[in-house]
Design a protein around this ligand. Structure first.
Ligand code: C2R
Length: 190
């Protein structure tokens, strides 16, 4: 098995359904990763040891997901010079706003690049973008990924215009004069 380049850390195994998206996305780019459950609150010493040894083990980027009082990403960032990407996990009580604020509001000098609540996919894409700075295969793969985003947006646009909007309405004699009659023009699809 190839040595992992990205660490995917999470405060609890209950975060895995979200963090799995990061693992899947990295797999799609052919980037080896290692998922781990480590908690700054519940296993602080293990977090310190993991972060301190990460660069020497060949890891290049750390992704950390945690919910509620989410300190995992910040504590990892305190113990490493590797870029740390935080994923605030949605919570029942405060809908993830607690996780978002505690992940993103880092003091000067110790940044955590924070993605949207539960958006582990974006954390992985950002990790790939970091790796691509020194990897031309990943640069090409990211260009393909971007082209696919364009293609899927165009496809969604076309199918919306085919199925949802009314087709062009032929004006009936006298139509358009009555108050309140409006026609939705069909958007042009190229
Ligand atoms: P449990 O489901 O295990 O009770 O965890 C986890 O990330 C999880 O979202 C509930 C939530 O607690 C979070 N947790 C943190 C940290 N460790 C666990 N925020 C941490 O170190 O920041």
């Amino acid at each position: 098995m190839k040595r992992p380049l990205v660490g995917i850390l999470m405060g609890s195994d209950s975060d895995w359904p979200v963090m799995e998206q990061a693992a899947k996305t990295l797999k799609g780019f052919g980037v080896p990763c290692e998922p781990r459950v480590l908690s700054a609150h519940r296993s602080p010493e293990l977090v310190r040891r993991y972060a301190s040894a990460a660069a020497a083990r060949g890891l290049k980027v750390l992704i950390a997901g945690a919910g509620g009082s989410a300190h995992l990403a910040g504590v990892l960032a305190a113990h490493t010079t590797l870029p740390v990407i935080g994923v605030p996990i949605q919570t029942k009580s405060l809908k993830g706003l607690d996780s978002l604020l505690s992940t993103v509001q880092m003091p000067k000098g110790v940044p955590v690049a924070t993605v949207a609540i539960d958006n582990a996919t974006n954390a992985a894409v950002l990790a790939v973008q970091c790796l691509a700075l020194s990897n031309s295969r990943l640069r090409r793969a990211l260009a393909v990924y971007k082209r696919r985003l364009v293609a899927s947006t165009r496809k969604a646009d076309q199918s919306l215009n085919r199925s949802r909007l009314p087709g062009p309405t032929r004006p009936r004699a006298g139509a358009g004069k009555a108050q309140g009659s409006r026609q939705v023009p069909r958007a042009r699809v190229r």
